[in-house]
Design a protein around this ligand. Structure first.
Ligand code: FE2
Ligand code: FE2
Length: 302
């Protein structure tokens, strides 16, 4: 059980609210002499055949992918929240306002990630490809029912807690702007996790056993779809590394790098959500069997 409420989330959100310009732009630039991603997420330091400079470049390429990935997932979270908010405009004023605030913050996050990506592209000398198109991915995810999609979104929101905490505890001397991005994103995502928990719980309360079973199948389907994207993006990241450094990787080195990047991406976007205790607690409240299934699948992404 949790003590989340629309009123509590709205009040926290009003206290926390920040502006994109507070985090990036003007004097606030990315420092390309530093790493961007916490090593727990990047997982590139173990590639002993790379020089420290090359590991830093690969870490930054993972940083670019992080910016693009969150820009991408927010593209389907925003319409999902707007559609849900549309159904809740009358009745509970706190609920209506909290949901509209949630949507407004996600629109702001899309802008934030875009601004960081522009800043990245202006300072990184070589192009980095990213999966897409975002519209096709958004349409695929939103073709699922509200409960299945809501579970996938709840998973994504809980991942950001891990990303921030691991970024702070990491002692790799990360770029301050990237650290600030993780922090400020989490500050607002911490309300989204609560609001999405309330959304998911309400949808589950009104769903039949069959609908709940279908929703968990849809959650797994969306996860599998994201994993396909992760596999493709792994290849793009390795190609971007080769282009940026001019390093000719042997077949064995490319294989090792691909394995490390894939593992890092899976942990970043799938494992951190599937094993998050609060996500699993919500799942268990809806279906103890589904929790067991997710826990059984999780090690492949950790
Ligand atoms: Fe967000
Ligand atoms: Fe969010």
């Amino acid at each position: 059980m949790n003590n989340y409420s629309y009123q509590g989330a709205l009040e926290a959100s009003e206290r926390i609210g920040w502006r994109v310009d507070d985090i990036i732009g003007g004097e606030k630039r990315l420092d390309f002499s530093k790493r961007f991603m916490p090593e727990s997420l990047a997982q590139v330091e173990k590639l002993g055949f790379l020089t420290p400079e090359e590991r830093k470049v690969l870490n930054q390429i993972r940083g670019h992918e992080y910016l693009a990935m969150f820009g991408l997932v927010e593209e389907f979270i925003l319409p999902y929240v707007v559609d849900h908010a549309r159904l809740k405009l009358s009745g509970d004023d706190y609920q209506a306002r909290a949901l509209l605030q949630f949507a407004g913050e996600e629109a702001k996050h899309i802008h934030l990630f875009k601004r960081f990506r522009q800043e990245f592209n202006s300072g990184f000398d070589s192009p980095c490809e990213f999966i897409g198109p975002a519209e096709a991915i958004r349409d695929f995810v939103l073709s699922h029912g509200p409960l299945g999609t809501g579970l996938a979104i709840l998973h994504i929101e809980w991942t950001t807690l891990r990303h921030y905490i691991e970024g702070v505890k990491d002692n790799l001397d990360l770029d301050p702007q990237f650290k600030s991005l993780l922090k400020h994103h989490w500050l607002e995502e911490s309300q989204h996790t609560k609001l999405d928990t309330l959304i998911v719980e309400e949808l589950a309360t009104n769903a039949s056993a069959k609908e709940i079973e279908k929703a968990f199948q849809e959650y797994a389907e969306i996860g599998g779809f994201l994993d396909d994207g992760i596999k493709q993006q792994t290849e793009f990241n390795v190609d971007a590394f080769a282009a940026a450094t001019g390093r000719k990787l042997t077949e064995g080195e490319r294989k090792e790098m691909t394995k490390a990047v894939l593992k890092g991406m899976r942990w970043t976007y799938l494992g951190t959500g599937m094993t998050h205790p609060n996500f699993l607690a919500t799942v268990e409240g809806i279906s103890p069997a589904a929790r067991k299934q997710i826990e059984a699948m999780a090690p492949a992404f950790c």
